[in-house]
Design a protein around this ligand. Structure first.
Ligand code: UTP
Length: 303
């Protein structure tokens, strides 16, 4: 790697959305703080960034999002109390989140869409490629995705998005990509992007999921991007411009993800994430699986 192409080190985590699908829980609590087993969803996301080598994290927050900052800060009173009790295990778990990464915060003001949230990161990011991880999208830590995306960006330049095959009838819930294959089975070249298309108009069943490695050229495009679907400034619309003209910010590639992913902003997926991760935990798993098995076989039988 050359001086002019330093390793990607910055991660941006948009977490300023209103979380309306989770009301009333999210009236005063950010949805990213809802626990997945015993850790807030957002901590998994920050841990994922750090695991991919990105230890400079900028979180895009808004009103009601103060708990996010507190979670990644020290809590001396709590640490002192646990220390006095000699509870080293819990003390460690409390300190873990504040020692994870170098955290920065910027407020979005009005949540005018994901594209607008990403634009708020421009002064911090500068002119280097950077990663974006959606704060409510949880990728199972055992199925690394971001490190592969960083690798492709560092090799090919331009931008890299994460794609996942979905049932064609669900494609209207996602941004959708038209692609060309490459020599690597998990990497495609993106030729077109459409935000939430009707199934009959979707160019594929490849949905955009919440991980991106972006060329900083996206900022100039976002500044010019008019509000689109839902009257929000859509990141997908800006990425479509990048994909449509390689001269602006290089090519757009996609990494096709086949691992486990949960949209923790969706109630059903949130519950599935908790059950799955709880089942697989060494400490909770054996007892929880035992209970779950009997719940499913005995209590869920039709009468
Ligand atoms: P969502 O589409 O899930 O929207 O945003 P939302 O407002 O958070 O949730 P619902 O649909 O009302 O339940 C995807 C990601 O983009 C962030 C969200 O925090 C989430 O991580 N986002 C969205 C922003 O940071 N700012 C925005 O203006 C919109």
């Amino acid at each position: 790697m050359t001086e002019s192409n330093p390793r990607i080190s910055k991660a941006v985590i948009p977490a300023a959305g209103l979380g309306t699908r989770f009301l009333p829980a999210t009236k005063a609590t950010p949805k990213e703080m809802l626990p997945v087993v015993d850790k807030p969803a957002i901590q998994y996301v920050v841990e994922e960034a750090v695991a991919a080598g990105l230890s400079d994290v900028l979180m895009i927050t808004g009103r009601n999002k103060r708990p996010l900052e507190d979670h990644f800060d020290r809590n001396y009173e709590l640490e002192e109390a646990l220390s006095r009790k000699g509870d080293d295990h819990r003390l460690k778990t409390v300190q873990e989140s504040s020692d994870l990464a170098t955290m920065h915060y910027v407020r979005q003001g009005d949540p005018r869409g994901l594209g607008h949230a990403v634009l708020c990161a421009a002064p911090h990011v500068g002119d280097q490629p950077f990663a974006v991880l959606l704060g409510d999208d949880l990728i199972d830590p055992r199925d690394p995705l971001l490190a592969r995306m960083v690798e492709i960006q560092e090799r090919e330049g331009g931008s890299v998005i994460a794609l996942m095959e979905v049932d064609p009838v669900q494609i209207h819930q996602y941004g959708c990509a038209a692609v060309e294959t490459t020599a690597e089975s998990d990497v495609v070249r993106v030729t077109q992007l459409v935000e939430k298309p009707e199934p009959s108009e979707a160019p594929s069943n490849l949905a955009i999921i919440g991980r991106y490695v972006l060329d900083p050229a996206v900022f100039a495009i976002l500044r010019e991007t008019e509000p689109g679907r839902g009257n929000e400034i859509q990141l997908t619309d800006a990425l479509q411009k990048l994909a449509g003209d390689e001269k602006i910010g290089g090519p757009v590639h996609g990494v096709v993800f086949k691992g486990r992913r949960y949209d923790t902003g969706d109630r059903g997926d949130y519950l599935r994430a908790i059950v799955r991760l709880a089942c697989e935990r060494e400490d909770l798993g054996p007892e929880f699986r035992h209970w779950l098995r009997s719940y499913v076989t005995e209590e869920m039988q039709p009468n």
